[in-house]
Structure formats: C-alpha cells, structure tokens
Design a protein around this ligand. Structure first.
Ligand code: NCD
Length: 306
C-alpha cells in the first residue's frame, strides 16, 4: 500500500510496489483519457530549490493531466526562504495547503528532513549529489518497456559517477534485480562512491575509464553529464568536461539492440549525430518520466480505484 508514503531514496519501495507503479504507468499510457479526473480537487506543491526542466515540468504536467492542480516555486528566493525560514517550517506550511509535495534541493538529505516534519507525502526530486528516485522510476520503466525485462542486462554507467545522483539511485535500484552486471565507466577522479559499491557483489561489477573497450559488451549504455555545479574548482570541471563524447562511429561495435539512455540535460557527452540512431532512447525516456510520475502520484494519493 503506497498511500501516504514518502519517496526519498530509490529503494524505499519494494520491488512489488515498484512493479505496481510500472503496471499503472502502462495502463495510463494505453488509456490516458480514463485518468483525466482521477486527482480532481487535489493539489501538488512543487518546491524546486535547484534548477530543473524535465523533472519539474513532468511532475506538474502529470498532476494537471490527472485533473489536479499545482502550486509552488522554481525560485526559492521569491518565498520566505529568503527571510531565513527553515525547511521544517516551510514544509509544515505547505502541508496546510497541498496534498502532496515534490522537492528538489541542493543539500543532500533535505527531502528526508522535510519528510520527517511533513503531514503530506514528500517526493525527492533530487537532493544534491545523493539520489534522484523518480529519475530511477523513469529509467526502470524505460528499460522494462524497451527490453521487456529489467533483469539480465549488462549496463554501462558512464560519466560523472561521483556526483551523478541519477546513477547512484539507478545502481541501488538495479542491484535488487536478477543478473545485472554493471560496468562503471568514469574518469579516475569521478568514480562511483564506495557506499554504492558496498551493496554490490564483487562479481557483479567492474570499473574502467575506457568506454571504447567495453561498448561491445553492453545491453544498456547509461550516459551522464559531468555535474558542473558540484565541482569546487572550475578548472577541474573544464578538464573533465569533454572526457566522454559518444559519436556515431563509436557505436559501430555496439550491439544492434543496445539502448542508449541519458537522464538529460546533455552537454557534450552525446553528439547530436547519435540522436537518429535507433538505439538512442533518451527522448522516449523523457516521456516515460511523465507517465511514471502520473502513476506515482495516483498511488501516493490512494486514488487508484476511483
Ligand atoms: C538530472 C538531475 O537533475 O540530476 N536531470 C534530471 O532530473 N533529468 C541529471 C543531470 O542534471 O545531469
């Protein structure tokens, strides 16, 4: 039962609960009209303390497409946050007006803290370099739809694995599925944190900095952006920024049915020339993001059986 729960980290829900969300997302995709009024009279608070395009728009579009409404901010400076109000007091306030809250925050752990004071479900829409569980739901629904199963894959996770919260959440979630082999591809300075590796069996992963060497082995290539905003040193960012650039010719040795994913936004790491390759699914992935968030909202508000 997902009603009134929070979603802060990608493994907060059981595999069964997760599959129920994906099943509902599939139903919504097949018959969107049936869900037009499901959240009528309900209000989503959209609290974005950090920039966002896809996550915020897809959550807001999701609520509006379910017949609900949205309040919120994309610039915390326009709220009492600028007067020094604490996160705890902000979430207490929001709970008086809205039925569910989505929060993105630059501080790791902020949505968890907010959830402890909250009278309504809180969804983490990305907390610093930590986790991004609804991107993971998006990614898993994309894999399930494109590959027909989530288990039994070799996945290359490539780019900024140190600060990339989408990679952290995805690896944690995928480690619960059967027969997933990870190849972590990153510059030595941006390797995946130990707290993520600790959960994995040593036989289930390898580390490299060379994408060209391993691309032929992959069923899924998950590219990520070097996370400029998490660097303390601009020079270091500029040095690492172009480390991986996926071009059409690099795909020559890749499997015909490999899929290329990216949470977006991309900077240099996937050349636009790759966009029309049939293996590139990152634009389809964005759309799955809206449907899976529709399903998540319906579940957390307990509106499924209307
Ligand atoms: C990601 C994020 O915010 O972590 N974007 C997203 O939500 N789709 C990835 C990124 O910013 O690189």
């Amino acid at each position: 039962m997902l009603k009134d729960r929070h979603l802060i980290e990608s493994n907060d829900f059981s595999l069964k609960e997760q599959e129920e969300i994906f099943d509902l997302a599939d139903k919504i995709i097949a018959k969107q009209d049936a869900y037009l009024d499901v959240c009528k009279g309900m209000l989503l608070a959209s609290l974005f303390y950090e920039p966002s395009t896809r996550t915020r728009f897809s959550f807001e579009a999701a609520m509006l497409r379910l017949g609900g409404q949205v309040v919120g901010f994309s610039e915390p400076g326009s709220t009492s946050v600028s007067k020094g109000e604490s996160l705890a007091d902000t979430i207490r306030t929001i709970g008086c007006y809205a039925d569910i809250a989505v929060m993105r925050h630059p501080k790791e752990g902020a949505p968890r803290l907010a959830s402890k004071q909250s009278t309504i479900p809180v969804i983490n829409a990305g907390d610093g370099g930590h986790q991004h569980p609804t991107q993971t739901l998006t990614d898993l629904l994309t894999i399930r739809s494109m590959k027909k199963t989530i288990g039994n894959q070799v996945i290359g996770v490539c780019g900024d694995l140190k600060f990339g919260r989408t990679a952290h959440s995805l690896v944690k979630a995928l480690s619960k599925y059967d027969n997933i082999k990870f190849i972590f591809i990153s510059p030595p300075e941006l390797t995946i944190p130990d707290y993520i590796l600790e959960d994995l069996d040593e036989d289930d992963y390898s580390l490299t900095n060379n994408l060209d060497d391993v691309i032929k082995d992959l069923d899924i290539l998950y590219m990520t952006r070097i996370q400029k905003e998490r660097f303390f040193n601009e020079e270091e960012y500029l040095r690492l920024k172009g480390y991986y650039i996926l071009t059409k010719d690099k795909l020559d040795t890749a499997k015909e049915d490999m899929i290329i994913m990216h949470p977006l936004p991309r900077v240099d790491e996937i050349s636009p020339s790759v966009d029309d390759d049939k293996r590139a699914v990152y634009f389809a992935q964005m759309k799955f993001g809206m449907y899976v968030r529709m399903a998540l909202i319906v579940k957390l508000l307990g509106k499924e059986n209307l």
